[in-house]
Write a protein that binds this ligand. Structure first.
Ligand SMILES: [Zn+2]
Length: 391
């Protein structure tokens, strides 16, 4: 494992961002080299870290504490993985930071290596000071594929006698404080019919047709929710959404298909229960199948949850919100459309959590992703105030 040992003097945020972007940590690939770079950087400054390994050590989460370890502190949380670049028209090397105008380009610049770089610069500053309140760094893997990686670190934190007091998840919010995001269930409906020559189609059971009726049930649920009263006006789409993202079925036009899968998701606001909505879809599926089974005993429509994470709904008057408002000198609160690890911190660890980080998700997941240098400065200033608050 190549451990980078070059000393950073001074450790500027941009130099750190440059190093972080150069690790091509797409979720399907290892992040271990990036983690070892971070660990080496911290070791040079006398800061120990703990790793939570996955995939036989190809991937890891890192947890480190700056300052005293016998009391709860402020946790800075970020993911190290990035989304793929395939199929995107990049005009620059995605895994090399390019400075152009007042922007730094590169995959992960906004989502969310900019925040990681600011956190490491803070570690460099904090290592030379005496902290009375600790600052924790929690860097995860496999966030982009459904907040999967962080769960082993959460299991580890749950066993600790002393847990962090607050979490700040540094996803890009243009440094605004986000108190919430929607929860999500991703699921697959597997529809089973009976194959036949298409010339005899009415005598068999077409799995794609069955799937289409299930899709109609998904849309009925969405319509009912849209017309219902449960709303959260802080979101761009102020209600729970359902969506079918992929259908896979059939082998040839002259064969009545016997299998079709429908991948769909539910993104729920805090006042809706995603499991209950999934339950209603399961009831609808059972009704669709019951009718068919009288003639076709093989008829089936099974729903499997593929992944889920809870929403985040931190009260606007929570202590973490006041604490953060002081750090960013802004009282303005928002909620974000995308999911984060914050929902898991709040649910599994009862850890008051806000989302606040540099850059905008408008630039995330796209070709020529960038972060405005002014956003990096704003995050560095927030980190400086955090350090002051922890001395
Ligand atoms: Zn992200």
């Amino acid at each position: 494992m190549g451990v980078a040992r070059e000393a950073f003097e001074p450790a500027s945020t941009l130099e750190l961002l440059d190093r972080l972007i150069a690790f091509p940590t797409v979720s399907c690939d290892p992040n271990r080299e990036l983690i070892e770079f971070v660990r080496g950087f911290l070791v040079e400054r006398g800061i120990a870290s703990e790793l939570y390994l996955a995939e036989r050590g190809r991937k890891a989460n890192l947890f480190a504490t700056l300052g005293p370890t016998d009391r709860p502190g402020i946790m800075l949380s970020g993911h190290t993985d990035v989304v793929p670049v395939e199929g995107q028209a990049w005009s620059k090397d995605p895994f090399r930071m390019t400075l152009d105008g007042e922007k730094a380009f590169g995959r992960g610049a906004a989502d969310m290596k900019g925040f990681l770089a600011c956190s490491l610069r803070l570690a460099h500053e904090a290592a030379r000071r005496e902290l009375s309140i600790p600052i924790h760094l929690a860097f995860s893997h496999d966030e982009e594929v459904g907040c999967l990686g962080v769960r082993s670190m959460i299991d580890g934190l749950a066993l600790r006698r002393v847990r962090p007091r607050f979490a700040i998840v540094g996803e890009p919010t243009s440094m605004r404080i986000a108190t919430g995001h929607k929860g999500k269930i991703a699921a697959r409906a597997t529809c089973c019919g009976v194959e036949a020559h298409s010339a005899l189609a009415p005598r068999s059971l077409n799995a794609i047709h069955l799937a289409c009726e299930f899709v109609a049930a998904v849309r009925d649920q969405q319509n009912a929710i849209e017309q219902g009263a449960t709303r959260d006006g802080a979101y761009d789409v102020p209600y729970t959404t359902l969506h079918v993202g992929r259908i896979n079925g059939g082998t040839g036009l002259n064969i009545v298909p016997n299998r079709c899968t429908v991948d769909f998701e539910i993104r729920n606001i805090a006042d809706d229960d995603a499991s209950a909505i999934l339950g209603r879809l399961a009831d609808a599926a059972a009704r669709l199948v019951a009718e068919r089974r009288r003639i076709f005993p093989q008829a089936d429509l099974r729903i499997d949850a593929l992944n889920a994470y809870p929403g985040l709904a931190t009260p606007a008057d929570a202590e973490v919100v006041r604490f953060m408002s002081d750090l960013v000198a802004c009282e303005d609160l928002t909620k974000v459309a995308f999911g984060t690890e914050g929902g898991l911190f709040a649910e599994r660890l009862c850890m008051p959590t806000v989302v606040c980080g540099p850059g905008s998700m408008d630039q995330g997941h796209r070709a020529d992703e960038f972060i405005a240098l002014q956003q990096i400065d704003a995050c560095d200033r927030m980190m400086d105030r955090l350090l002051q608050a922890c001395l």
